[in-house]
Design a binder for this molecule. Sequence first.
Ligand code: FAD
Length: 460
Amino acid sequence: MSKVLFWFRRDLRLASNQALQDAVNNGASEALFFVCEKQWQIHKTSEIQIDLLKRRIDYLGGKLAELGIKLHVVDAVDFKQLPLKFNEFITLHGFTHVYANREYEVNELNRDAQCSEFDAELRLYDGDVLCQPGSVVTKSGEMFKVFTPFKKAWLSEFSQRTFPLGKYLHTSFTPTKWQSPDILKSDGQSEKWPVDDNTLSQVVELFLESKLNDYSEYRDIPSIKGTSGLSPYLALGFICATDLIARIQQRIPDILLRTKTSAFVYINELLWREFYRHLMYVFPKLCKGKNFNEKYDAVIWLDDETAFTAWCEGNTGYPIVDAAMRQLNQTGWMHNRLRMIVASFLTKHLLIDWRKGEAYFMNKLIDGDLAANNGGWQWAASTGCDAQPYFRIFNPITQSEKFDPDGTFIRKYVHELEWVPAKYIHFPHDYIRAVGKQCYILPIVEHKEARARALDAFKV
Ligand code: FAD
């Protein structure tokens, strides 16, 4: 007799979850989620993301109970013990088949390899990506090392395809009751981010309806809500990229052929997400803190704790950097343009190892995601795959003038500069001195000197 289980990971959704639907179709009326506090510590997962995760699991527990599925929330404590706990669980309950979505990080792949050796058959799906990692390759069968040809190859395979709009989970079981376990108790940190499907669906629709057409125009302006803000939901799998493309195709059926449109610019970002996932799968060293481009192993990073702390706290004396870091510290999220600016500032102006910035982001971001975060950091540090060339160093003052011209964003987070006129706000030190108010920290490095120092370090 077969007994089927569904194992939730970072795929916390009931809609567009083929693995879950197939498990249910094959009789699964029970599901499993492992709480793994120690793993979260090792991955430096932020408290706000853990809170979001717990709230969502609690919500799903209730929804699954309405559909007659019992969700087991098991405390695995330590990730290393997980295969053992998994084996104990399936043996105790007599499960013969387990369905799950694949995760592509090295430790997660090893975990699945170990769990496949037990008595229950582990059936894995690729539910977190648009296509199987390792399947979009060059003519010689290798992973692309540049994004644009990767995208072109993906488009040549998929541009004619209509992505199916994922269906909500359907079951014919009798409803049961959900009792929220203590381990899922929320500390309220993430409460500004809704976790219920009705609200989430409204958030997605609102973005597609009212922002998608202007996405390409406003996506780089941090003071405007011009991006989707959906990254935490994609990172934890409350929604999936396939579904987003399907919804866009409902509005613009040939969107994957119209690559010059604003809507496609948005899809382009989803393809960057895809690219980094495929890279992480093909190059497992990315999970182990290694430079993608080994030639940069020779760069000597500075061990400057004072500068690092100033960067973390948003006290560098560069208003756009400080506003961005304060946004991160206060909200758990940061605009993409700002992520690029602060990452460049840390790795080039301060010459501090990108791994320190990567870890700090993971520890603060609500959308922390190993592949995207590592990709973003190595892009900014020029050590990555298809990264920013090392000699292109963002000037934080001109970036600020360009993307926050009237200083609206800076004023929101750097309150001490609220009164400074737009003309001076991007680098206000001379102006502040001239009017005799000492209200803002002096710059911790001088731009030109820091730039020259970075160029020297990278040339070596
Ligand atoms: P939108 O502009 O609406 O983009 C749509 C979706 O595409 C996003 O939700 C996200 O899932 C994906 N996406 C967008 N840009 C990128 C990108 N450059 N790389 C990969 N995926 C992308 N994104 C994360 O999800 N988690 C991270 O931990 C993360 N760390 C980053 C670190 C650095 C240094 C940099 C430069 C970028 C990082 N990004 C990360 C990518 C990007 O900044 C965020 O995905 C984006 O700001 C999220 O806001 P949004 O949902 O409004 O994005």
